[in-house]
Design a protein around this ligand. Structure first.
Ligand SMILES: Cc1cc2nc3c(=O)[nH]c(=O)nc-3n(C[C@H](O)[C@H](O)[C@H](O)COP(=O)(O)OP(=O)(O)OC[C@H]3O[C@@H](n4cnc5c(N)ncnc54)[C@H](O)[C@@H]3O)c2cc1C
Length: 481
């Protein structure tokens, strides 16, 4: 039976976009349906990844400028730089990315239909446009890549003027002197350091005992030191009671309780920025029409090839849950397309790299030291501190460290963890070595450009080998191999 398309994709974020591009490369006819009638690209380009990274870029440049040149009159960055210039830059980046995605879809002959898509049966999608008109399309396969949205807090209203979320923070027209962030997910930490770099005094309220708990504990401790030096205060185990204006003091007040002591605290601030949990956009897209179930949080369940229980329907990206990253969504969309059209994907064993675009960045790949010690009998770590790297000294950015984790006997590289400038790029050197089951020797034997941050790998490898040597193991034999 002939259908309109080989694949119909709901949502134009990274999962949908990469599925469309991959399918086009297989000479398949693809249609992307997007409910945002103004912009393609989803959270990725319009409200999440790209705008926050564009803001980060300017904040990081300002931070570096202030570190290198200072201010003779002792002004803070917010007294010297204008938010409107920061936003202008961000808007230019978004506009560029928007036109890039459009060009790519046109070049690859991917069709687009604007409107809200709903599954009618395993091969049919109905699109409802803003004016209420409807149209149906049929396809051999369907990919659901509708993403996720932040859950609104129960304790207070987001008014988008004084109390903001990850969308409205992108449009503020001044740099606040004080900011309270509610939440401690990756994005919360990114925005905390972005505003701190602009001179804002930041406080973070955390509901839980801990945050970024998946990090190697030494890297986390180093990051905490950086937060403390930046005068970013974190209050753990808190419950926000109320957020509202205090007209007498011309500020916004955040009242919260310490969960352990029951003590009541009040912080006065200019702005509040809230990061709630992410809820999948799965409730109104017609899953019931196909008998498709979700887990208790609404995430669509899929197998390793991103196929749902209905063989012609796949799902990828934030709508299937963890880890909720653009990087992973790209890969999932591509994998789904490969599986639909019977092309086997090359499987890489290197795992998922994590990147946190705080200032400075944090990145990791492979096993943390704690995990490695559980899985291997003998593990060694090597460390390099940014303060000892020429490149970091030239850039006047000496905060951070790179840590490698390897099996002592074989020198097999098991994990790399970095906090410091360019960590999110640097991590891919470690990823490549892990992916090829490489040894720490790689870093000893290869010449690294100088001065670079990647020199940290060599320094950490020597440091690790020294530890092994000091513990009494004769390394000459291994190094001779
Ligand atoms: C502030 C912030 C910063 C981030 N930074 C990073 C980062 O630095 N690195 C990183 O890897 N990840 C980052 N992320 C996460 C990343 O943005 C998401 O993981 C990624 O965008 C998810 O991609 P997706 O394709 O699943 O969905 P999305 O990008 O959310 O796109 C889904 C699209 O589907 C559309 N849609 C929804 N329902 C329908 C429907 N029924 N019919 C048609 N269209 C529909 C939506 O309008 C949207 O355009 C960040 C997220 C946020 C919020």
């Amino acid at each position: 039976m002939s259908r309109d398309y080989d694949v119909i994709i709901l949502g134009s974020g990274p999962a949908g976009f990469s599925c469309a591009m991959q399918s086009a490369k297989f000479d398949k006819k693809a249609l992307i349906i997007e409910s945002n009638e103004d912009y393609l690209g989803g959270t990725w380009i319009n409200t999440g990844t790209v705008p926050s990274k564009a803001l980060r870029e300017t904040a990081s440049n300002i931070y570096r400028y202030m570190a290198q040149f200072g201010d003779e009159e002792g002004r803070m960055p917010y007294e010297r730089f204008q938010m409107r210039d920061v936003l202008k830059y961000k808007d230019r980046v978004i506009a560029n990315q928007n036109s890039e995605i459009k060009d790519n879809l046109i070049k690859n002959e991917v069709d687009t239909a604007l409107g809200f898509g709903q599954l009618i049966d395993p091969h049919t999608v109905e699109v409802t446009r803003e004016d209420g008109s409807k149209k149906t399309f049929t396809g051999d396969y369907i990919l659901i890549s509708t993403g996720a949205t932040s859950v609104k807090p129960e304790e207070f209203e987001i008014d988008h003027v004084k109390v903001l979320d990850n969308r409205s923070i992108l449009d503020i027209h001044y740099i606040p002197k004080r900011l309270v962030i509610v939440g401690t997910n990756i994005q919360a930490m990114e925005f905390a350091t972005i505003f701190s770099a602009l001179g804002t005094r930041v406080s973070i309220l955390n509901r839980e005992d801990d945050y970024l708990a998946f990090l190697d504990s030494e890297i986390k401790a180093e990051f905490e030191k950086i937060l403390a030096e930046s005068r970013i205060n974190i209050f753990n185990r808190t419950r926000v009671l109320q957020v509202g204006p205090n007209p007498l003091r011309n500020c916004t007040e955040v009242k919260f309780k310490d969960k352990d002591t029951g003590e009541l605290h009040v912080i006065e601030t200019e702005l509040v920025l809230s990061f709630g949990d992410r809820k999948p956009n799965s409730s109104q897209i017609g899953l019931d029409n196909l008998g498709l179930k979700t887990d208790k949080n609404g995430f669509i369940q899929v197998d390793n090839d991103y196929r749902t229980e209905v063989p012609s329907v796949y799902a990828a990206g934030d709508v299937i849950g963890y880890p909720g990253l653009a990087s992973v969504s790209f890969s999932q969309g591509r994998t789904a397309s490969c599986h639909m059209f019977g092309v086997s994907q090359l499987d890489s064993d290197s795992g998922i790299p994590y990147g946190i675009y705080s200032i400075p960045e944090i990145a990791s790949i492979g096993l943390t030291e704690e995990e490695a010690r559980q899985q291997f009998d003998d593990v060694t770590v090597g460390r390099a501190y940014y303060r000892n790297l020429t490149k970091a000294n030239i850039a006047k950015n000496p905060r951070g460290m790179l840590k490698i984790v390897f099996e002592t006997e074989s020198l097999l590289l098991l994990g790399v963890h970095i906090v410091g400038d360019e960590a999110c790029d640097l991590i891919h050197i470690g990823q490549a070595v892990i992916s090829f089951k490489g040894s720490t020797r790689y870093f000893l034997d290869t010449v690294h450009n100088y001065p670079t941050y990647s020199e940290a790998y060599r320094v950490a490898a020597f440091n690790g080998i020294n530890h092994v040597y000091k513990s009494g193991m004769n390394y000459n034999d291994i190094l001779k191999e």
